[in-house]
Unconditional design. Structure first.
Length: 669
């Protein structure tokens, strides 16, 4: 039956089928490197099927992005044409696998989570870690975990696939396993450097206009052909598409980013009578191959998440991509014939960039990493077989934060609190507030708030309609707390949901109120997931009486103690690290906040802005964190009348004075 598996004749990987199958049979680990579009993701699972016809367990294939897991699963299912469910995928909130599934695509996070229930991954015969060059945290976890597991399970096969970037590191990690290089037919690509003229100020609008001018120029002067444009953000892509629609009517304009609807995503694989212009984020760099591209326009930018150890914030700044990424992008147009890659930056700029993007482990919040590692029993990061071990400073900082949150004890063992926190698929600071909410009796409110904090604010402010959006958002706004505003959005949405019971009406509701429908759905999903997990535990039922402002905000504090700030002057606050910050100007709280605030997140551009904030009372801090507050005394004096020693007490939190000169009585002499 397996001999009937067919492979697309044009794909470079097809020519190497025998080598790959041989390597799979004779080696426990095989690294397969090949250019994007050579057929790795879609064809290797089929080759595994063919290599091991007597196996009955799963062939698992991990993907860094949900969007790739679903589109690729659909493609392989179509190519194989087997029974329903034979090829299926599982992502965080949706498991589409069935009993008849043999090829399972999933995000790497899903496989990692499965190691908790099934430490030896006994459901699998073969595991393919796809796109390993991305070096996300999950991939590094998996590669370390699998290294240990392979020693225990000699029957398990591992395939690591990667774009042609630094494959040596993987082979070395797995005892110098073989590397198969898939040589594809590639054509020369001409590079043109076309930076914004120096006298023009680099603002978003001018950059986009420049980009569109370059595309128009290409369109007029070169042979017709499909164009792939790389821009950093969804917003840039939308605006660019609008401009292109206006100026170019002889092409089909297609946006491509992670949150786009599946049906729109699939359009990039269709062929049209007119040439197409696909405007994409870095998903089109290696994850998804847009076929038939002749021209690439590269902004040289991407959003890359980064944890800033100094400000203790994770942000998603638009960053210059590495030279390796620039060249990946360039390579997208050399597959069907000679191509042209226009770089919207100068050659000097290119030369000055780092060769590779740092692996995520070297730029992330290690508290979450460590908590997961402890819960997964992966041991101490110092002993774990990481390809690139994290910096010891960051590890120490991670342990410190976990101790501060009460997730681990002095011996770095999980506490009861920590065990619950590790169960929740959210940042430790956020899971900590759920624990606090149990004590403050405001679980109903905090479950809702924590779910949205773990996602992203659902309120959207489209370019040029910012004011309309602000007006629409006002009806939800609480005068002193963004957290309550979020709660209001949830409540309104639920009322409407019960009345209407139709997704299309809910979509309209979101549109009318400038809310992202997608995020609202994710919010519901994550909230339900949290409820399901918490319902298995004693004492996490919802409060029946609405909680007060004080209850809710006291519960928020233990998770965000480091994010407390007090007013220094007018609009400037000072935080617990003596850094100045401002409330984000677009926020409803911008001109309303009180003397003391707590923030759930920050964004750092030219200065530090607090997002999602609430006004609090400094006295609350002491009641929720007496162990972390520092006490000092001055002016001791003997009080004759009572016969006791009196002094003035100061209380501070990480150096920030919260209570000054409070009279205390040290008792009788
Ligand atoms: P790689 O993983 O090596 O980058 P893929 O296996 O993803 O390569 O892609 C191989 C080919 O299959 C490409 O030409 C790509 O355009 C095509 N392809 C992948 N997914 C789809 C899909 N959903 N519909 C149509 N073609 C697809
Ligand atoms: Mg791929």
């Amino acid at each position: 039956m397996n001999s009937s598996i067919s492979y697309p004749a044009g794909l470079p990987i097809t020519a190497r089928k025998e080598d790959i199958i041989n390597s799979l049979k004779t080696n426990q680990v095989t690294v397969i490197a090949g250019e994007t579009g050579s057929g790795k993701t879609t064809q290797i699972p089929k080759m595994c099927l063919e290599a091991f016809p007597d196996n009955h367990r799963l062939i698992g294939c991990t993907q860094p992005r949900r969007i790739a897991a679903s589109t690729v699963s659909a493609r392989v299912a179509e190519e194989l044409g087997r029974e329903e469910g034979f090829v299926a995928y599982k992502v965080r909130f949706h498991d589409h696998t069935t009993r008849s599934t043999r090829i399972k695509f999933m995000t790497d996070g899903v496989l990692l989570a499965e190691t908790r229930q099934d430490p030896d991954l006994l459901k699998y015969d073969v595991i393919i870690v796809d796109e390993a060059h991305e070096r996300s945290l999950n991939i590094d976890f998996l590669l370390g975990y699998l290294k240990n597991l392979l020693a225990r399970r000699s029957d398990l096969k591992l395939v690591i696939t990667s774009a042609t970037i630094d494959t040596q590191a993987f082979a070395e990690h797995f005892n110098h396993c073989p590397i198969l290089n898939i040589e594809g037919q590639t054509y020369p690509v001409k590079i043109r450097y076309c930076p914004l003229p120096a006298e023009i100020i680099e603002e978003r609008e001018t950059v986009l206009e420049h980009c569109v001018a370059v595309i128009r120029d290409l369109f007029v002067k070169e042979l017709p052909g499909d164009i792939l444009v790389f821009l950093p953000t969804e917003r840039d892509i939308r605006e660019c598409c609008t401009l292109l629609e206006k100026y170019i009517n002889s092409a089909v304009i297609l946006p491509m980013f992670g949150r786009l609807h599946a049906a729109d995503q699939r359009k990039i694989f269709q062929s049209f009578k007119k040439p197409k212009i696909v405007v994409a984020t870095n998903v089109a760099e290696t994850s998804i191959t847009v076929p038939g591209i002749r021209y690439v326009i590269d902004s040289g930018l991407a959003r890359i998440s980064r944890y800033n150890v100094r400000s203790k914030t994770t942000s998603l700044p638009v960053t210059k991509i590495s030279r390796a990424s620039c060249n990946q992008r360039k390579g997208r147009c050399g597959r069907i014939g000679p191509g042209i890659c226009v770089r919207l930056y100068s050659e000097e700029d290119y030369e000055a960039r780092p060769q590779y993007t740092l692996p995520e482990i070297q730029r992330s919040n290690l508290a979450e990493v460590i908590l997961q590692m402890i819960a997964l029993r992966l041991g101490h990061p110092a002993d774990f077989p990481f390809i690139d071990p994290p910096h010891s400073n960051a590890v120490r900082e991670g342990y410190r934060l976990l101790r501060e949150l009460g997730a681990i004890d002095a011996k770095n063992r999980l506490t009861g609190t920590g065990r619950i926190m590790a169960d929740l698929p959210i940042d430790p600071c956020i899971s900590r507030i759920i624990i606090a909410a149990k004590e403050s009796n405001c679980l109903r409110e905090i479950k809702i708030i924590s779910a949205i904090l773990a996602i992203q604010d659902p309120r959207i402010r489209p370019a040029e309609r910012e004011q309309d959006a602000d007006i629409a958002h006002k009806i939800f706004a609480h005068p002193h707390s963004d957290f309550i505003s979020l709660l209001n959005i949830w409540n309104q949405f639920q009322i409407f949901r019960e009345e209407s019971r139709s997704w299309s009406k809910l979509r309209k509701f979101c549109k009318l109120h400038y809310l992202s429908f997608q995020r609202m759905r994710e919010w519901l999903d994550l909230h339900d997931q949290l409820e399901r997990i918490l319902n298995k535990r004693e004492g996490f039922a919802n409060n029946s009486v609405d909680a007060s402002y004080e209850q809710v905000h006291k519960a928020l504090l233990p998770g965000f103690l480091r994010n407390i700030a007090c007013r220094k002057e007018k609009k400037i606050y000072k935080n617990t690290r003596e850094r100045e910050l401002m409330i984000f100007p677009g926020s409803h709280q911008f001109s309303r906040s009180g003397e003391w605030i707590v923030a759930a997140s920050f964004i750092e551009t030219n200065r530090l802005y607090a997002l999602t904030i609430a006004t609090i009372e400094p006295e609350w801090i002491e009641t929720v964190a007496p162990d972390i507050c520092k006490y000092s005394w001055s002016h001791p004096a003997y009080h004759k009348k009572s016969g006791s020693i009196m002094a003035l007490e100061n209380v501070s939190l990480f150096g920030l004075r919260i209570i000054s000169g409070r009279k205390v009585n040290f008792g009788r002499r």
